[in-house]
Design a protein around this ligand. Sequence first.
Ligand code: AMP
Ligand code: GLY
Length: 421
Amino acid sequence: MKLLVVGGGGREHAIIRSLKKNPSVTEIFALPGNGGIAQDATCVPIGATDIEKIAAFAVENHIDYAVVAPDDPLVLGCVDALEEKGIPCFGPRANAAIIEGSKVFAKNLMKKYGIPTARYEVFDRLADALRYLDTAPIPTVIKADGLALGKGVIIASTREEAKAAVRDMMEGHVFGASGDHVVIEEFLTGPEVSVLAFTDGQTVKPMVSSMDHKRAGDNDTGLNTGGMGTVAPNPYYTPEVANRCMEEIFLPTIAAMNAENRTFKGCLYFGLMITTDGPKVIEYNCRFGDPETQVVLPLLESDLLTVMRSTTNGTLAETEVKFADKHACCVITASSGYPTSYKKGFEITFTPEALAHTYIAGAKEENGKLVTSGGRVTGTTAVADCLEDAIREAYRLSDGVRFEGAYRRSDIGKRALQALK
Ligand code: AMP
Ligand code: GLY
């Protein structure tokens, strides 16, 4: 089988390495991929949002199955375009990807169908938002409606900060049109859990849970990033919490999307907070998380391609989705300065052992060398029987990833370890 994977980050590298384990796979094209993914797939310089070119490439190259991994092509209708050309795909159509593409849509869906989430108000006019903030409970959370590279969420601990955030979004357009509508919501507290789930629109099979580390600095300080590391499973996701999530969140969300004629197929990501009132949805993503995927897929014992195709064919109920009873830890190595400003173009070297355990994200090939080209450069994953060993091994291996200005948090998994004890 010839496969196509749209995207070019660490998540896509992890997906490609998993797909390659299926012996029927003869070739994988990554559009655009990156200099590191090139070890495992044929990279083609077509951008992930260049949907017409992606569809034309798939037809010309007789692609048997396509995986659309990132949010923006999904929201822009990449799956729809490929399906129109007769190419079966993993991922939701645009009308279902809106669950991530519009926070207003997601919040209204949860309200309509009684799915637990933070209380909220939606504003289309700056004056109304400012007036509401005069009396809103503080801290409060301000979210731009559309995709904003994970940066469209502001947690304001004072009224002034909250007002400045809505002004920035609605008047300053710092997130472009994403800020034309804003959600102002209740600030929730509790441990966060990421659950990625396969679904064919009827059946939902959650993957092993995980914990992201979103802040740039140790002990969860500094700015929010795309994610500085992950562990799986997440100790806060107990069997009791998992049962409640299935009954109160996962199944109702699938049913709600069907009732809205927006059947969701692919991977639905539930960003959850385990509050004293029970689990609540912080966000939905219409795709695999990054770097959650880099710990979840290494624990998958079933064949990824088989599971993915079952979500397309509607046969997920009969398909086994099994995870190893082990622990995984992924440590991101970033360019120093990330997530604000950082330099690029530094040569990256690996010990052979580190290379075998590392997914490559912000890197490109230049004159036969691999050089940094982004903020999050690599993710190094170790799997072990206990969390402590997985963490130690992920750090030992990531020491073998070197480039000028390489930065890692030193405490990935620490909170999870404390929770286990
Ligand atoms: P998001 O981009 O929606 O994942 O939000 C980024 C981060 O902001 C989340 O991982 C949470 O840590 C935090 N967050 C979002 N919404 C809330 C909320 N209602 N209460 C508390 N924290 C939140
Ligand atoms: N790691 C969070 C995300 O993929 O959105």
